[in-house]
Design a protein around this ligand. Structure first.
Ligand code: XMP
Length: 515
């Protein structure tokens, strides 16, 4: 079956931090787009559907020795080109303008003063944008008009409409650029002439085709955790492959929530029609984690054991492909693509050197999507609403919610607290509005008094956050009476706990999970 991509915008990647956000904003506008390395040969991406090209930001200076460059061919394809930050400076460089190091670098919010220009149609004449640059255009190329400026940047946007070339020094894709989405839509619709009729189903068809062509007649084991990402990835694979080609493996690592294994298996059996194997590997995981306290070490051990279990299942079926539900933020936090390692997500970069699965046999159909996009794909695939909207649960499970060393007793204690907390949030009708909520067993023990006795018990942390995509979060404002009820139930019903605290840290500076 051919792909139903009627129009697309190609994003050429020069290594900037926000590049996936550009893609996401374009997709949100209903236009299909792909991010490609800036050096991808034009023949590989030019086709009848091509409506425009975006050149992204990047860490280099255009005059740098190893600065990534483009030839002029991209500007001769007959479609408009928009350069963002480095992309704008590159255009400037190629067409004979001058770039200089600004005396004062601009980082963060700044006021943009716009002119009447196609990119700024319907945009206020003074609007807040997000800047992140040292270099800036000092002299635009001949034939270009200056479309916007800031106090520190006399050429904050330029264009040569006759040649269909546009550039902005700021980042319209980030939320801090208040009217940035409007500008990107102006590019996609007003300038490139897109119709915006791209639907999630187009993406589904594309991903299904990609899985099919990667796997051919081969066999796949797929990691299925019960969460939305892996469920969507498996459902896609289920659509792409024959039943005898795909075995989904649900690993019970002993770090699941109360009754989770049974619930998840029931949901899969009843709803997805996939071939699912349930492996109880809890002994192995808990043994390997004995005495381990350092969060990254926990994550690495769990990541490797997951792969070992998948390998064992693969040997049984003769599979040599591994499919995972890795999504884009997992990669960013794990330090892929040049960003700092915040935490190694269990499914990213953990492949042991001697693994049965070769690097190019790892299939991650969702690796460029954000969670809410994954949910849209899940809805498009007809996965039941409750499953698609399940709160995320980390692959390493309660291992990153028991702070310090992990024992069965601590896990049981945490499960009991967590179940009470989730039940009370549900009773209060709060679950739907919350991105994620859970209890944490802190490693701290505190003194208390119950009845007439002294207690020396664990302190439990409660966390609930709101978010769009888990990249940034706010602590949820849970009504005080609900929290009080949770505290009294947890302390009353779970022996060994004598103190409960509520975590109001956002992300940044915190992260969602405590480890
Ligand atoms: P943090 O704690 O980094 O989490 O703010 C962001 C989101 O990712 C989940 N998370 C993980 N998911 N494997 C996963 O599949 C992991 O290793 C992992 N670590 C964190 C976390 O629950 C939140 O939704």
């Amino acid at each position: 079956m051919g792909l139903a991509i009627r129009e697309k915008i190609i994003i050429l990647d020069f290594g900037g931090q926000y590049n996936q956000l550009i893609a996401r904003r374009i997709r949100e506008a209903g236009v299909y787009c792909e991010i490609l390395n800036y050096a991808a040969p034009i023949e590989t991406w030019r086709d009848d559907g091509l409506k425009g090209v975006i050149l992204t930001g990047g860490p280099n200076s255009v005059y740098g020795e190893n600065a990534p460059r483009l030839g002029r061919e991209v500007f001769e394809l007959g479609v408009p080109v928009l350069g963002i930050c480095y992309g704008m400076q590159l255009i400037n460089y190629l067409f004979g303008g001058k770039v200089e190091s600004a005396e004062v670098g601009e980082y963060g919010h700044t006021t943009l003063f716009t002119e009447d220009a196609p990119l700024f149609a319907g945009v206020s004449r003074e609007t807040a944008v997000f800047m992140n640059h040292n270099d800036r255009v000092s002299v635009p190329p001949e034939g270009f008009t200056v479309d916007a400026r800031t106090d520190h940047c006399p050429v904050a946007a330029f264009s040569d409409a006759s040649r269909g070339i546009y550039g902005v020094q700021f980042h319209p894709e980030v939320r801090h650029s208040v009217e940035g989405v409007k500008m990107l839509r102006n590019f996609a619709f007003g300038i490139c002439g897109c119709a915006g009729d791209y639907r999630a189903e187009d993406m589904i068809e594309r991903m299904v085709q990609d899985i099919r062509s990667a796997v051919g007649d081969g066999k796949v084991v797929a990691g299925l955790s019960g969460g939305v990402d892996s469920s969507v990835a498996c459902a896609l694979a289920g659509r792409a492959l024959r039943r005898d080609q795909l075995t989904c493996v649900f690993v019970d690592h002993g770090l699941l929530r109360l009754n989770e294994a049974e619930q998840v298996m029931r949901t899969y059996r009843d709803n997805l029609g996939l071939n699912v194997v349930h492996v109880d590997a809890s002994e192995r995981f808990l043994e390997a984690l004995k005495g381990v306290t350092e969060p990254e070490r926990k994550r690495k051990i769990i990541g490797e054991l997951f792969v070992r279990v998948f390998e064992e299942e693969a040997r049984k079926t003769g599979a040599d492909f591994l499919l995972q539900g890795t999504i884009y933020p997992d990669k960013i936090e794990s330090g892929m693509g040049g960003s700092a390692t915040i935490k190694s997500h269990h499914n990213v970069g953990g492949l042991p050197k001697d693994s049965l699965f070769k690097k190019d046999h790892i299939i991650e159909p969702l690796s460029l999507l954000f969670k809410d996009e994954v949910r849209a794909v899940g809805e498009g695939l007809g996965i039941p609403h409750d499953m698609v909207w399940r709160q995320p649960f980390p692959g390493p499970g309660l291992a990153v919610r028991v702070i310090g060393d992990i024992t069965r007793e601590k896990l049981d204690l945490l499960r009991a607290c967590d179940a009470i907390y989730l039940e009370e949030l549900k009773n209060a009708g709060l679950s739907e509005a919350i991105w994620q909520s859970f209890a944490v067993l802190t490693g701290v023990r505190t003194v208390g008094c119950m009845g007439d006795d002294r207690t020396y018990g664990y302190c439990v942390g409660l966390r609930a956050v709101t978010s769009d995509d888990a990249m940034t979060v706010e602590a949820a404002e849970i009504p005080y009476p609900v929290l009080k009820k949770c505290v009294s139930r947890i302390i009353g019903e779970v022996p060994g706990v004598n103190r409960v605290v509520y975590d109001i840290t956002g992300k940044p500076p915190g992260t969602i999970e405590w480890e």
